[in-house]
Design a protein around this ligand. Structure first.
Ligand code: URA
Length: 434
């Protein structure tokens, strides 16, 4: 077998065999297939696409390239949730305790943020004392005892994906649906999930800018799950404006606590019920999504989910009193209000630009080496569709560094579009792929 023939076959629009895909990935990892051949192949995939079978084969070849986590020491069906990435997306902080309170094990391995989207691990580390680097045994024990643990990704999972992603990033081949789908699904499968709930974002702050592409990506990932025996379901949701009202680590933790006290923003609460009810059905705790939702609503309103968050924080060395006393979370020294220059309606808030403004403040990383400031961020005071008067506060910047604040202010101001007309309603949930 030769890489040349495989590239040629795909270039001519033919379907690759399982053996050919395995040869390519194994050869790429061993150095027999060169970067330039792999990039030519990725470009042919970009134009020619892949069948469901090819995409599933690619996924599994990447899974086999590294370690695979064995979650069998944890009792029950392990359901993972994955978001394709968003701004202000603190869903895991609410959803994890909510689902765990229902008795479904949440064994969450999360990443750090890079670019305009944040990472769950960075958010949790803003809680004083919280350890995300816990050992495997403690991780398993915690999930068995309290049904939840959240740790940073360790181990050498899917090295082929890491290598291929770095190549795609510099060869204009990232935005290929089969390549994105296999990249995401390989990581979830290697992390040991029995079942997967996907939150596929669409809008200007998301990878998939259009609804059509988001549904295609969702269907491709659900198809991979079905082919490789991991039940997968997807929800396509909005990421045209930030989720909830906060962007920035400690600010997002505060908002998650508030949401578990049933005082959170409507969009975040609704999204958690929607995704959570699917996790309960896949985890065998509910028979229907409606039943799952009712269970979750009760757990939220009774305070059981909030207590579960406290248990999680304390089990991982964090200060559990932050749950009652949110002022213990890091706070920025200064704040700067962003005011509307004219009367009108908030017509759009560019989520990606809000994410970039938060990153510039120090809430996120431009490069992997950047150090995060947990206290800084943005509160969105006016969201899409709201009426504003000239001089009213649109958003508030929380900062520790004046220069960064000025840069963020400029970006944030440009992220807001104010018009005389009200924008058309945009749904939070666009639909489902099961
Ligand atoms: N996220 C991933 O994990 N992989 C991709 O290819 C794109 C987004």
């Amino acid at each position: 077998m030769r890489a040349y023939d495989i590239i040629l076959k795909k270039r001519n629009g033919q379907e690759l065999s399982t053996e050919e895909i395995n040869f390519l990935i194994e050869g790429y990892m061993s150095g027999k297939v060169a970067d330039y051949q792999m990039s030519a192949w990725a470009m042919t995939v970009f134009f020619r696409g892949m069948t469901e079978r090819e995409t599933a084969d690619l996924t599994m070849a990447m899974v086999r390239s590294g370690e695979q986590v064995n979650l069998s020491p944890i009792e029950g069906i392990k359901v993972d949730k994955h978001s394709t990435g968003g701004v202000g997306d603190k869903t895991t902080l609410v959803l994890g305790p909510l689902v765990a309170a229902a008795g479904v094990p949440v064994a969450k391995m999360s990443g750090r943020g890079l670019g305009h989207t944040g990472g769950t691990i960075d958010k949790l580390e803003s809680i004083p004392g919280f350890q995300t680097g816990i050992k495997k045994e403690q991780f398993f024990n915690n999930v068995n005892q309290i049904k939840i643990a959240v740790a940073g990704q360790t181990g050498n999972l899917t090295p082929a994906d890491k290598k291929l992603y770095a190549l795609r990033d510099v060869t204009a081949t990232v935005d290929s649906i089969p390549l994105i789908a296999s990249s995401i699904m390989s990581k979830k499968i290697a992390a040991g999930a029995d079942a997967i709930v996907l939150d596929v974002k669409t809008g200007c702050g998301a990878f998939m800018k259009t609804e059509e592409d988001a549904f295609k990506l969702a269907a491709t990932m659900v198809g991979i799950g079905a082919k490789v025996g991991r039940k997968t379901t997807a929800v396509v949701t909005d990421m045209d404006q930030p989720l909830g009202n906060t962007v920035g680590n400690a600010l997002e933790v505060k908002e998650a606590i508030l949401t578990l006290k049933d005082k959170g923003p409507a969009d975040l609460t609704e999204l958690c019920y929607t995704l959570g009810s699917r996790m309960l059905v896949l985890g065998g705790r509910a028979n229907t999504y409606d039943e799952g939702r009712k269970i979750l609503e009760e757990l939220l309103k009774s305070g059981a989910a909030l207590s579960k968050l406290k248990e999680l924080v304390e089990a991982q060395g964090g200060d559990g009193t932050v749950i009652e006393n949110e002022e213990l979370l890091p706070e920025a020294k200064y704040s700067l209000p962003l005011k509307a220059a004219a009367d009108g309606y908030v017509y759009a808030i560019n989520a990606e630009q809000v994410g970039i403004a938060a990153m510039v403040l120090g809430a996120g990383r431009e490069t992997k080496e950047d150090v995060i400031d947990p206290a800084v961020g943005i509160i969105i005071n006016k969201k899409r569709g709201e009426e504003v008067k000239s001089g009213e506060i649109l958003a508030t910047i929380y900062y520790n560094d004046e220069h960064r604040a000025r840069d963020a202010e400029r970006i944030l101001l440009a992220a807001y579009t104010i018009k005389n007309e009200k924008p058309l309603d945009r749904p939070l949930i666009f639909g489902y792929v099961d």
